[in-house]
Design a protein around this ligand. Structure first.
Ligand code: ADP
Ligand code: MG
Ligand code: MG
Length: 255
């Protein structure tokens, strides 16, 4: 079974003062078809994990391993990771001015699958996926992420996930900044992908809200660069009531 396997991962981020260690030994195994939620306070290193797995140049893996179906993910270029079936929806997606959504989607799809998608079926697929996500067709002609609202950015990320059909998707705070309607639409998109493929999902979130719509099989609590506790979806319910205080120092309280 396809598996994303992370073993004792240590990651530093490049800062002006030099490398700063953030991840301090992360162990996580995600099999296809499974949904894992990573929850934790701000600054605990959740986005660092996502960035390191995606191959962001600012993040250096100092020790540990990450494999996709036994292949060394960390040895792959960013492009190779995408072709191997890894998808990352970033917490803060970048703007690409002068490149339309339609062009971007087609170019990226071509790069990922190694051949250009057939024009007629592709157009239909894109329109269908946009309709599913309640996106105005005119959206396809806008520059990528330029002037997008928070909700539009997140819908665009899920649109990519629907069209690229990755085997593993990392969704970093896809719920942040969404109103209830947008949250429902985005969650439906994720659940559609789960129904139609045996995608493995790593859902990174600060709040439990999105987990009412997307049921995780496993929940991992992230504190200070490592997993502090693990459980099933009931752990998310407990966090909703208790917050993260018990994982932090006695006098520390983090929202
Ligand atoms: P989370 O996503 O859980 O909120 P992050 O992974 O974004 O946490 O950040 C973890 C820690 O790493 C924080 O203390 C943050 O300030 C630090 N950090 C992350 N990226 C950078 C960076 N590019 N430069 C300096 N510090 C960073
Ligand atoms: Mg954060
Ligand atoms: Mg983050």
């Amino acid at each position: 079974m396809p598996t994303l396997e992370i073993r004792d991962l240590h990651v530093s981020v490049e800062t002006k003062e030099g490398p700063k260690p953030i991840l301090r030994g992360v162990d996580l195994t995600i099999a296809s078809g499974e949904t894992h939620a990573i929850m934790g306070p701000n600054g605990s290193g959740k986005s660092t994990l996502a960035s390191a797995l995606a191959g962001h140049p600012k993040y250096t893996v100092t020790s540990g391993t990450a494999t996709l179906d036994g292949e060394d993910l960390l040895a792959m270029s960013v492009d190779e990771r995408a072709r191997a079936g890894l998808f990352l929806a970033m917490q803060y997606p970048v703007e690409v001015s002068g490149v339309s959504v339609a062009n971007f989607l087609r170019t990226a799809k071509t790069a990922i699958s190694g051949e250009a998608p057939a024009l007629r079926t592709w157009g239909k697929e894109v329109r269908g996926a946009m309709e599913n996500l309640r996106m105005d067709p005119a959206f396809a002609e806008r520059s990528v992420n330029e002037g997008f609202s928070g909700g539009e950015k997140k819908r665009h990320e899920i649109l990519q996930m629907e069209l690229f059909k990755p085997r593993f998707a990392i969704l970093d705070e896809t719920d942040s900044g969404l109103d209830v309607d947008a949250l429902r639409v985005v969650s439906e998109g994720v659940n559609r992908a789960k129904e139609e493929t045996d995608i493995g999902i790593l859902l990174i979130t600060h709040y439990t809200r999105i987990l009412r719509y997307i049921k995780p099989d496993f929940v991992h609590v992230f504190v200070d660069g490592k997993i502090a506790e693990e459980g099933g979806s009931e752990l998310a319910d407990r966090l909703e009531e208790e917050g993260y205080d018990k994982y932090l120092g006695a006098n520390k309280s983090v929202s």
